[in-house]
Design a protein around this ligand. Sequence first.
Ligand code: TYD
Length: 135
Amino acid sequence: MSLSDCKLLSLNELTDERGKLAYLETNDVVPFDIARIYYLYDVPKKSSRGAHAHKKLEQIMIAISGSFDVKLNDGENESIFHLRRPNEGLYIGREIWRDIYNFSEDGVCLVLASLHYTEDDYIRKYDDFIKYIES
Ligand code: TYD
């Protein structure tokens, strides 16, 4: 998978005088069956998360509160996405290295994931990632 497959998705949003409601459904905005949901929060300002790639996992990341940045790398190119609105989601395909950082104090990164957690799906060293995508 390449960086060009990773993109910001506009979520369905309903607005009226009571406020806003955003939603996502599998096979509508979400291009996979959701197997798992997790979220990162209370991340110290100078801390960063990620620093790994996944072999098979696909994800959508949403700044459900506050903001953070996501740097994606496919072994050749790099892109930085600034997530700061709860009505957009960053789709990340398989075999993409990611770093998540620059969390605001109230930053919450909600993640929709295509697979259950398994450490076997992780590539945690950048050199191993390059070898994996070249093989
Ligand atoms: P990791 O995915 O490395 O966190 P991040 O990319 O946000 O820095 O996961 C950190 C730890 O949490 C690791 O020991 C695996 C565990 N974990 C689970 O048990 N279940 C999960 O769904 C996730 C995402 C992580």
